[in-house]
Design a binder for this molecule. Structure first.
Ligand SMILES: *[C@@H]1O[C@H](CO)[C@@H](O)[C@H](O)[C@H]1NC(C)=O
Ligand SMILES: *[C@@H]1O[C@H](CO)[C@@H](O)[C@H](O)[C@H]1NC(C)=O
Ligand SMILES: *[C@@H]1O[C@H](CO)[C@@H](O)[C@H](O)[C@H]1NC(C)=O
Length: 179
């Protein structure tokens, strides 16, 4: 996912550079420039029963989204496309119709006109949920600590490898962090 993010970042920078070179908005007159409709999304799998949640939002908070809608096509069960619902500036879908195999195409549309699209794999943009039930046990004989925790992902079918970072300090020495 990080590699994909970097790759997209590079593509994005290249696009920026190209539009800069072609004299686009070079005099600093951004008013006439086409708005930047780039967006990002994340999913949460099996949020209620078998329903998954997908949320998308524009990167630029100034985009006037009044008449804009999001649509997802491909990678869906029994249906070609689905419209997102909208709550303020957040677009979302809660459904059990994601195939969770292969890419889906998510597009921003104004009426029937496509403004921009991105291909995404729902299972590659899962937002991790915070662990709970964190317990730390000191083992006297080994002079070490065992940290255990639970995560909602354990109950889910689609997340196989989840890595958490652990940092800790002694309660009375808050600056004394250890890895
Ligand atoms: C967004 O666009 C709509 C319709 O084009 C317009 O009525 C509204 O005032 C705009 N909102 C902002 C914050 O510019
Ligand atoms: C999504 O909404 C648009 C505009 O309201 C409508 O034309 C289109 O048929 C809808 N698509 C689906 C799959 O419901
Ligand atoms: C983790 O939490 C889930 C849901 O709260 C619970 O069903 C499960 O038994 C817990 N697992 C462990 C190892 O404590």
């Amino acid at each position: 996912m990080t590699i994909l993010g970097t790759a997209l970042g590079i593509v994005f920078c290249l696009l920026r550079a190209v539009s800069g070179e072609s004299g686009y908005a070079q005099n600093g007159d951004l008013e006439d420039a086409e708005p930047d409709y780039s967006f990002s999304c994340y999913s949460q799998l099996e949020v209620s029963g078998s329903q998954h949640l997908l949320r998308c939002a524009f990167e630029d908070p100034d985009v006037n989204s009044t008449h804009l809608r999001f649509e997802i096509c491909e990678g869906l069960l029994d249906i070609k496309c689905l419209n997102f619902s909208k709550l303020q500036e957040i677009y979302f879908i809660k459904t059990n119709k994601f195939l969770l195999i292969g890419d889906s195409k998510i597009c921003v549309k104004l009426g029937q006109r496509i403004l921009t699209c991105r291909k995404m794999n729902i299972v590659h943009i899962v937002k991790p949920e915070a662990p709970f039930d964190i317990r730390v046990i000191y083992r006297e004989e080994a002079n070490d600590f065992v940290v255990t925790f639970n995560t909602s992902h354990l109950q889910k079918k689609y997340v196989k490898n989840l890595i958490h970072d652990v940092a800790y300090h002694q309660e009375k020495h808050e600056d004394d962090w250890m890895d």
